[in-house]
Structures are given as structure tokens and as C-alpha cells.
Write a protein that binds this ligand. Structure first.
Ligand SMILES: Nc1ncnc2c1ncn2[C@@H]1O[C@H](COP(=O)(O)OP(=O)(O)OP(=O)(O)O)[C@@H](O)[C@H]1O
Ligand SMILES: [Mg+2]
Length: 237
């Protein structure tokens, strides 16, 4: 049995989280010791200049990268206690990811893209299809279910990405500039779809954004600068 922090309200917590990259002879400190605590159901926006460590933080929170030092607790579990297979399973069960540029499978339809994580999770074909149709309806794409990514607009592709990230009902959604390359009207549409879903399902949402209008929808803003948190530290002692 792995040790579990007994903090039922905390979805994600970091302790002195540090990430360094070796570049030739130099060491880049991408994150220099960050302590945050994010409650279940909270919507946290992560802001800061280019190179301040936002994507690094998100990747560490999702167990996609290993910290140089410090710890990440997901739903009370220390990610360091998990091997690669266990981490993959944990990600599949509890996390959804949305990346800046959509990474849909080009040869699969919108519905098949959304079904894909459910397929990996061993969900039956009938249930997969039902869930995919349900979630595509929620993001306003019921009529585009059989379209290929190429046949969709940028905003529609992003919404398929949201639907796919939410298909397995994750506890936590990590989104790295999901509206970064959309015009402001489409960005507002995607944000509405996302925040409605987050609020209705008590999803914990951590979103990197440069857009102040998007950040204004959040419960809290974490501001990073040079790998350090400058405001919004929600550490719960
Ligand atoms: N794989 C890597 N190897 C070396 N240095 C890296 C690597 N990934 C990130 N860095 C460095 O770490 C720092 C933080 O990068 P990160 O990608 O987290 O920034 P960011 O805040 O997401 O920036 P942006 O807004 O441009 O996406 C930067 O100085 C970057 O150059
Ligand atoms: Mg980034």
C-alpha cells in the first residue's frame, strides 16, 4: 500500500518542485522550487512570460516529466511512488490533457478520436460510442461526429480535443494554452464549452493561458516568473 496524504480536498499539490535541464555545460532552472495546492473542483489559470516554466509545471503535474527535486501529489498520492506502467494507468484513470496544438489522429473521425482513450481503458464498443456521442453533444459537435479532423475548423478541432480529454471522466484536466491559436470569438466558444463542463462535473482545471479574458474565468491565477511563483500561491499547510 502506498502512502497517501490525508488531504481530501486537495486534487494536486507540489512540494519544493524543481526542474532543471542540462543544456551543454549550462543548467537551465525551469522551475526553482514551487509549492502549490489545488483544490478539487478549482479552476486555476497559470500565467507568466514565455520561458517562465508554465509547460514544465503542467508536464510535472501530469507525471509526463520527472522533477529534479521535490514532489507532486495527485489526489494525495506521491507520483514518485509509481513506476511507468502505474503512472500511465493513473493518467488514464484520473487525468485529461489538452495541448496547445490539437493532436487528433488525422485518420480517425471526431467520434473515433474521442473513443480512443476509452478503447485503451477497455470500455465496450457500445459504451464507447454512447459516451463519445454524449460528450460530443456537450461540446456542440453532435453533427460533426463522423468528420475527419481535416474537415473541421480550428475551434471544432480544439473542442474534439476537449471531448477526448474528458471522455474518461478525469478528475483533473491539464490544458496548455488550449485556445492559444484561436481567434477571440472561437476562443470564447471553446472556453465556454470547457468551463461549463468543468463546473457541471466538479472537474479540477489547470490551464496555461496568455489571455487575460480566459484567466478572468478562473477561480485563481498562478503567476510564474523565471521558474518561481510570484502570486496565487495556494499552499495549504
Ligand atoms: N527539454 C528542454 N531542454 C532544455 N531546456 C528546456 C526544455 N524544456 C524547457 N526548457 C527551458 O525551461 C524553461 C521553461 O520552459 P517552459 O516550456 O516551461 O516555459 P513556458 O512558460 O511554457 O513558455 P511558453 O509560454 O513559451 O510556452 C525555458 O527556459 C526553456 O528554455
Ligand atoms: Mg509553454
Amino acid at each position: 500500500m502506498k502512502a497517501k496524504l490525508d488531504m481530501p480536498d486537495i486534487a494536486l499539490q507540489t512540494k519544493s518542485l524543481r526542474c532543471e535541464y542540462r543544456v551543454g555545460r549550462d543548467t537551465v532552472i525551469a522551475l526553482g522550487g514551487v509549492d502549490i495546492a489545488i483544490q478539487h473542483g478549482e479552476f486555476v489559470a497559470v500565467m507568466g512570460p514565455s520561458g517562465s516554466g508554465k509547460s514544465t509545471l503542467l508536464n510535472l503535474l501530469g507525471g509526463l516529466d520527472q522533477p529534479t527535486a521535490g514532489e507532486v501529489f495527485l489526489d494525495g498520492h506521491n507520483l514518485a511512488d509509481y513506476n511507468d506502467d502505474q503512472l500511465s494507468a493513473l493518467r488514464r484513470q484520473k487525468l485529461g490533457f489538452i495541448f496547445q496544438r490539437h493532436d487528433l489522429f488525422p485518420l480517425l473521425t471526431a467520434r473515433e478520436n474521442v473513443e480512443f482513450p476509452l478503447l485503451l481503458g477497455g470500455v465496450s464498443p457500445v459504451q464507447r460510442r454512447a459516451r463519445a456521442n454524449e460528450i460530443l453533444t456537450l461540446v456542440g459537435l453532435a453533427n460533426k461526429a463522423e468528420a475527419l479532423p481535416d474537415e473541421l475548423s480550428g475551434g471544432e478541432q480544439q473542442r474534439v480535443g476537449i471531448a477526448r480529454a474528458l471522455a474518461n471522466r478525469p478528475l483533473i484536466l491539464l490544458a496548455d494554452e488550449p485556445t492559444g491559436n484561436l481567434d477571440s470569438a472561437t476562443s470564447a466558444e471553446v472556453m465556454t464549452a470547457l468551463t461549463d463542463l468543468a463546473r457541471s462535473s466538479r472537474l479540477t482545471l489547470v490551464m496555461v493561458t496568455h489571455d487575460p479574458e480566459v484567466a478572468a474565468c478562473a477561480d485563481r491565477i498562478l503567476q510564474l516568473k523565471d521558474g518561481h511563483l510570484v502570486t496565487g500561491n495556494g499552499s495549504v499547510q
